[in-house]
Design a protein around this ligand. Structure first.
Ligand SMILES: [Zn+2]
Ligand SMILES: [Zn+2]
Length: 441
C-alpha cells in the first residue's frame, strides 16, 4: 500500500514551522474527524493523525525528510500504534466536537464491567400466607444480553468497530505544557465514551443497546411469619451486567392483606370473641377461630366484657425462629340480648327481683333518660377500683356498656401493664370492633 506524502496530507510546505504544522493539523482534524456529520472521513483522519505524529516530532520529521516512509519503519507502526501523548491539543479539538470542557474528565470508565441494576418487586400476600409462609411464582422483567448481537449492540455481521479516536483503548492521554513541565492526563475517550468500540450499524433487536428486557418466572419461598414491609432478596435475579458484569438482585417487598377476623400485631394475633350473657354469667366453653381452625377455650363464670384470654402459641411464627410462635389474644365481648320474648322478659324480671336489683331510678316521676345515663356512668366510675359487681350493671343501656367495658378491662390487674403497651392496638381494635358493631346492626 503506497503512502501519501505527509506534507501533502497536511497541505503544508516542506519547510513549515511547528506552529504551521499544528495549525494545519487542527483545521484539517476538525474537518475530517469521523464525528463530523458533513465531512468526517475516518481513514483520512487516521492518515492525517499519522502525518501529524511524525511531522510534529523533530526527530521523526528529520528521519522522514531523509528517508521517506521507509525511514520510519520501526519507529511507528502507523496510526494504530500512535501514542496520543504526542497530541497535546487533541482533546481541545474533541471538546469542540462534543461541546464539553474536555469531556470525559470525570474519570467514569465505561469500559470496565458493570454490575446489573437491582430491581424491586411488590408482592401482595394473603393474611394466612404470611402467617404460614408460602411459595410464589413471580414474573420478573429484567435486562439480559441481546441474543441477536450477543450483547454487542451491533447488527450481526457488522460488528463493533474499533474507535478511531482512542484506537480501542477507551482512553486518550492529554499532555499539558506548563512552565513546570509536561503534565499528562488520562481521559475517557469522548468519541466512544470509553468503550473502545463504536457501533457502525445498530442491532435492530435491541436498538444498539446490547440488552433487552425479558420476563422470567421465579419461584420464591416466603418464610412463615413475614410481615408487611419485609424484603425478600432474590440474588442475581436483577438486570444482567453489561460486558459480562455480575447481575443485580431483586428485592421482593411484601405487603400483607388485612383479615376480617384476625388482627395481627407482630407475632401476636388479636381476635374479638362474642359470648352470650348467659355464658358470661355461668361460664362454659366456646369455639374460637385460630389461624389453624376453630379451637375451644374455657370461659370463666362471671367474665366481663373486654376481658382478654391468651391462647399461648396460637399466633404468628417468629420470622427469626420458626419453632417459636406468638400468642393469640381473645377479646371477650358479652352480647346483651336486644329483643326478648315475653317469657324471657318475665325470667329477667324474676332474676332482677331475686338479686334485689331495682329497675327504676330513685325519682320515678322524672324518668328522663340522660339522668339515668349519668348515674350509670357515675356508678361505673365509682366501681372502678373494686371488683366488678354484676348487680350494678344489669340496668345499663347499650351506651354505658362501652364505658363498662373499659372499667372491666382496667379492673383486670394482671393484664394492665401489657395492655398499656398495646395502646395503639387497642385503638385499632376499638375501630375494628366499632366498625363490626355498626355492620351488625
Ligand atoms: Zn442486539
Ligand atoms: Zn474511543
Amino acid at each position: 500500500m503506497s503512502k501519501r506524502d505527509y506534507y501533502e496530507i497536511l497541505g503544508i510546505e516542506r519547510n513549515a514551522t511547528q506552529d504551521q504544522i499544528k495549525r494545519a493539523f487542527r483545521s484539517k482534524a476538525r474537518h475530517l474527524h469521523p464525528d463530523n456529520q458533513d465531512s468526517g472521513d475516518e481513514s483520512a483522519f487516521k492518515e492525517l493523525a499519522a502525518a501529524y505524529e511524525v511531522l510534529s516530532d523533530e526527530q521523526k520529521r528529520s528521519l522522514y525528510d531523509r528517508y521517506g516512509h521507509d525511514g520510519l519503519t520501526g519507529a511507528s507502526g502507523g496510526f494504530d500504534g500512535v501514542d496520543f501523548g504526542a497530541f497535546s491539543d487533541l482533546s481541545e479539538i474533541f471538546s469542540q466536537f462534543f461541546g464539553g470542557g474536555g469531556g470525559g474528565r470525570s474519570g467514569f470508565r465505561r469500559s470496565s464491567v458493570e454490575r446489573g441494576a437491582d430491581l424491586k418487586y411488590d408482592l401482595q400476600l394473603d393474611f394466612l400466607e404470611a402467617v404460614f409462609g408460602t411459595e410464589k411464582k413471580v414474573t420478573i422483567k429484567h435486562l439480559e444480553d441481546c441474543t441477536v448481537c450477543s450483547g454487542s449492540g451491533a447488527s450481526p455481521g457488522s460488528g463493533p468497530v474499533k474507535c478511531a479516536t482512542c484506537t480501542g483503548m477507551g482512553q486518550i492521554r492529554q499532555t499539558t505544557q506548563t512552565f513546570l513541565g509536561h503534565f499528562t492526563q488520562v481521559l475517557t475517550c469522548p468519541n466512544c465514551n470509553g468503550e473502545g468500540t463504536r457501533i457502525e450499524k445498530a442491532c435492530t433487536n435491541c436498538k444498539g443497546r446490547g440488552q433487552v428486557r425479558k420476563s422470567r418466572e421465579i419461584d420464591i419461598k416466603i418464610p412463615a411469619g413475614i410481615d408487611s414491609g419485609a424484603r425478600v432478596r432474590l440474588p442475581n435475579a436483577g438486570d444482567h451486567g453489561r460486558r459480562g458484569g455480575p447481575p443485580g438482585d431483586v428485592y421482593v417487598v411484601i405487603a400483607v392483606s388485612e383479615d376480617s377476623t384476625f388482627i395481627r400485631e407482630g407475632s401476636t394475633i388479636h381476635i374479638k370473641q362474642p359470648i352470650s350473657y348467659s355464658m358470661a354469667a355461668l361460664g362454659g366453653e366456646v369455639l374460637v377461630p385460630t389461624v389453624e381452625g376453630p379451637k375451644a377455650i374455657k370461659i370463666a363464670a362471671g367474665i366481663q366484657s373486654g376481658t382478654t384470654i391468651t391462647m399461648r402459641d396460637q399466633g404468628v411464627p417468629h420470622l427469626s425462629n420458626q419453632t417459636r410462635r406468638g400468642d393469640q389474644i381473645v377479646h371477650v365481648q358479652v352480647e346483651t340480648p336486644s329483643r326478648l320474648s315475653s317469657e324471657e322478659k318475665k325470667l329477667f324480671e324474676k332474676l332482677a327481683e331475686l338479686r334485689g336489683e331495682s329497675l327504676t331510678a330513685a325519682k320515678p316521676e322524672k324518668v328522663v333518660k340522660p339522668v339515668k345515663e349519668e348515674e350509670a356512668q357515675a356508678a361505673a366510675a365509682g366501681a372502678e377500683p373494686k371488683a366488678p359487681e354484676p348487680a350494678e350493671k344489669t340496668e345499663q343501656s347499650s351506651k354505658p356498656r362501652e364505658h363498662n367495658n373499659k372499667s372491666a378491662r382496667k379492673s383486670k390487674g394482671k393484664k394492665k401493664s401489657k395492655e398499656k403497651d398495646n395502646a395503639s392496638i387497642i385503638d385499632k381494635l376499638a375501630d375494628f370492633f366499632g366498625a363490626r358493631d355498626a355492620a351488625d346492626e
